[in-house]
Design a protein around this ligand. Structure first.
Ligand SMILES: [Ca+2]
Length: 553
């Protein structure tokens, strides 16, 4: 089962890469790039470790109680069924009923109902600013593994179509779309789906699950905070949960780099010095900094000075680096953390831009500073947000270099109430029996892993750490980039662990993750529930999870 699933997803991702490459050459790359980067917002591995599942999914198998096509009669003043058709996505999936639904004002969803249904729902989230087509490859690819196991699957476009305009221009003077993207589309889609499911099978779903990374991680936290009844289990990856905070970090980074840029070679020098100095502080020199929070790094103190910048760093470069690692401040207070240490060097595999022909020296390339084609992900995400989403009054001409933090930070707060998912009070979700499994790569330059830890700490302060860990666990992945890729392991099955937790009461004490290259597993490591970290036992193969144990640092 493992081999079958893996090769299916691998070949489909290869097909995607070639398609994207082709589009790159026909010159629409700026639009496609943002969709590529954001479309990768998922980690690899869901439903790959089903052999470890402690419940038999198919034991609950149920057949439909009525004809698929009759579901078009289900429309009411709030929603409409555009179509209900029978289909079979591929050889591995059961025959399904595909419902294309519409909710006012502009929300679309696709609900897929298998002929042999395991009485569960699986909903996948959206990367970035949402807007992925409900009939497109993105939602299909992410839903198929669950469909194969008999889940009903659900995907929404979040109330707008990203093809209507580059990145966030759909949000121009459009509060309805902003609210739908913010929290309304996922909620109304799952509510409507539950109703349709009850009609189709004459029985409500026993369990519903949400799974998303990046923008999808934000949606998962929104569900737990605002709509605790929507899902029994939620997998949250690298949550983009505080837009203003994260994007002010981007702004701060880009301002510093605009004054004094760093060459790719200089970032490699930086990464090598950091690894030489700090790699073994976690007990193992393996090219991975396991706990960035334990590192005391001060560029001006720890890096070599060189007036000419050949063997070391100029004063101006050190100033830029100090800014990058310390983050934006307002009147002396941090409003977001700095970039994380340990994310300077490229990994064996990199989930960044495949269209980039330049050597991938560092994950900063194309994310923090422009790549060979001039693409800079942080500006690509920051600029449309400032123009169309950050303020009550949109200004399509807003110049990011003219932002005035003293004046503009407070102006961002009303819109943050729509998009943010930072409420640490999860009592309602806990009390209804919900389980939350969060993960984040420690070498994520896109969305700050430090902010994820800060949110989790805030929940523990609010609800008590023992209480929190009984329903909400966070797994930090050393060396992993944004949602996947990186210098260490990045393949793990959150869904199997989540289902075991929700349905069999088995709390995830650790999750075995692996690194896969050319279809071969080259490394396994345990992921540990925060604040625990995986520590090498001192002997045995460092590429085998069994030679590590979870300890409290
Ligand atoms: Ca290490």
């Amino acid at each position: 089962m493992r081999g079958r699933h893996f090769s299916t997803s691998l070949s489909s991702s290869l097909a995607h890469s070639s398609l994207y490459l082709l589009k790159y050459y026909i010159g629409i790359y700026s639009m496609f790039l943002s969709s590529l980067v954001l479309a990768q917002a998922t980690h690899g591995g869901n439903f790959l470790d089903l052999s470890e599942l402690q419940v038999e999914l198919s034991a609950a198998n149920l057949q439909p109680a009525q004809q698929c096509t009759t579901l078009v009669e289900q429309s009411d003043p709030n929603f409409s069924i555009i179509s209900a058709t029978v289909g079979k996505p591929n050889d591995n999936t059961p025959a399904i009923c595909i419902i294309h639904g519409f909710i006012k004002p502009k929300i679309q969803f696709v609900l897929k109902l298998p002929d042999t249904w395991n009485q569960r729902i699986y909903m996948h989230g959206n990367g970035g600013y949402g807007g992925q087509s409900v009939t497109g490859a993105y939602g299909t690819r992410l839903s198929n593994p669950a469909l194969q196991e008999g889940f009903a699957t659900l995907f929404t476009d979040t109330g707008h179509n990203r093809a209507d305009g580059h990145n966030a221009s759909w949000a121009y003077n459009d509060l309805e779309k902003e609210v739908d993207y913010g929290f309304r589309a996922v909620h109304l889609s799952i509510e409507t789906a539950k109703r349709l499911i009850k009609t189709y099978y004459s029985k409500p779903a026993t369990y519903s699950y949400f799974d998303g990374c990046s923008g999808g991680g934000r949606q998962g936290l929104v569900a737990a905070q605002r709509f605790p009844d929507d899902f029994d289990g939620i997998a949250v990856g690298a949550p983009f949960y505080d837009l203003a905070g994260i994007l002010m970090q981007y702004w701060h980074n880009q301002k510093a780099l605009a004054v004094t840029p760093l060459s790719p070679e200089k970032v490699v020098l930086l990464g090598n010095i950091i690894m030489d100095k700090f790699d073994d502080l976690d007990g193992l020199k393996d090219g991975v900094i396991s706990n960035p929070l334990a590192i005391d790094f001060k560029p001006a103190r720890d890096l070599p000075r060189d007036k000419n910048g050949q063997q070391g760093f100029t004063r101006a470069e050190l100033e830029t680096l100090t800014k990058l690692y310390s983050g934006p401040r307002l009147q002396g207070n941090a409003i977001a953390p700095g970039i994380v240490i340990g994310a300077e060097l490229a990994g064996k595999r990199d989930a960044g831009r495949t269209a980039d022909k330049s050597p991938r020296l560092s994950p900063w390339n194309s994310r923090l500073y422009p790549d060979i084609s001039g693409y800079n992900q942080q500006l690509d995400i920051l600029i449309p947000w400032l123009r169309y989403m950050a303020f009550n009054n949109d200004d399509p001409e807003f110049d990011w270099t003219k932002l005035d933090m003293e004046k503009d930070w407070s102006r961002m707060q009303p819109m943050s109430a729509i998009f943010n998912a930072d409420n640490p009070d999860l009592h309602d979700y806990k009390n209804r029996g919900g389980k939350l499994l969060m993960y984040h790569g420690w070498s994520d330059i896109g969305v700050s892993p430090i902010m994820t830890v800060q949110y989790y700490e805030e929940v523990m302060r609010t609800m008590g750490s023992v209480q929190t860990q009984s329903f909400f666990r966070t797994f930090m992945i050393p060396g992993m980039f944004h949602c996947n890729g990186g210098r260490n392991v990045d393949r793990f099955d959150t869904m199997t662990n989540l289902i075991n937790w929700v349905e069999a009461g088995i709390m995830p004490e650790s999750i075995t993750a692996s690194s896969v290259e050319n279809d071969q597993i080259t490394r396994t490591r345990p992921l540990c529930p925060y604040p625990q970290v995986a520590r090498y036992k001192g002997e045995g193969d460092i590429n085998q999870a069994e030679n590590f144990k979870c300890v409290t640092p």
